[in-house]
Ligand binder design. Structure first.
Ligand code: DC
Length: 222
């Protein structure tokens, strides 16, 4: 494995699902950086730390123990938080804590250490621009707000939870606004990234598209 793959894009565009499947199919290791921001929000809320207390949040981001396992589990200070951090409270919390330079600095350094060799598929918002600007493949994965809300609605339904579609749309719009308008490393497409709009594509179609891009690019490094 001689390359790294960066996958960036807005919330709920299916990056983690795609990155996980790609990693499995191609024998790469997946790093879900959003899970790390979610862990900061989770621990802060649990420890009753104000989500605007940048110094304490930054210190926490530096010192907490986060482990991402190869089968997709997330351990925070030894606690399995894989499912818990997906809840809406921590999604919005992660979006809030990720605006702070101190939090980003701590997590970016960790992410760069984790992916210092090749063979990683890393998904997030700033991977192609800040974390791994030298990644050999950069994907910018988008989807309309409507289709992202629909996917989230169906996911919840599969879990037996009926959600309010309009509210889901509003939450996605709010996170888009926060992620693209923040001062520190806002969500933006790297100049050399390939954009894929997944609104009308199935998961398999997206995976196949990226597999082809990776294979073509890998030929240059064999
Ligand atoms: O990908 P996700 O929904 O799990 O990410 C949760 C939040 O973390 C998202 O609102 C933005 C933030 N994030 C970030 O700022 N930078 C990253 N590399 C990954 C996530």
């Amino acid at each position: 494995m001689s390359i790294n793959v960066a996958i960036d894009g807005p919330s709920a565009s299916g990056k983690s699902t795609i990155a996980k499947l790609l990693a499995k199919k191609m024998g790469y290791v997946h790093i879900d950086t959003g899970a790390m921001y979610r862990c900061v929000a989770y621990l802060a809320i649990k420890s009753e730390i104000d989500l605007s207390d940048e110094p304490r949040l930054s210190q926490m981001a530096e010192s907490m123990d986060i482990r991402l396992t190869s089968d997709g589990k997330v351990f925070l200070n030894q606690e399995n938080v894989t499912e818990k951090i997906r809840e809406e409270e921590f999604s919005l919390g992660a979006s809030k804590v990720s605006v702070y330079a101190g939090v980003r600095k701590a997590l970016v350094a960790r992410q760069q250490r984790m992916a210092q060799d090749k063979g990683f598929i890393v998904d997030g918002r700033d991977i192609g621009t800040v974390v791994l600007p030298d990644a050999e493949v950069k994907i910018f994965q988008t989807a309309s707000v409507e289709s992202r809300a629909r996917r989230r609605f169906n996911e919840n339904l599969n879990k037996g939870v009926k959600s309010d579609f309009e509210l889901l749309k509003k939450e996605i719009e709010l996170r888009d606004f926060q992620d693209t308008n923040r001062k520190e490393s806002p969500l933006k497409k790297a100049e050399d990234a390939i954009e894929i709009d997944t609104s009308d594509l199935t998961v398999e179609q997206v995976v196949q598209k990226i597999v082809e891009i990776i294979e073509k690019r890998s030929e240059c490094y064999d």
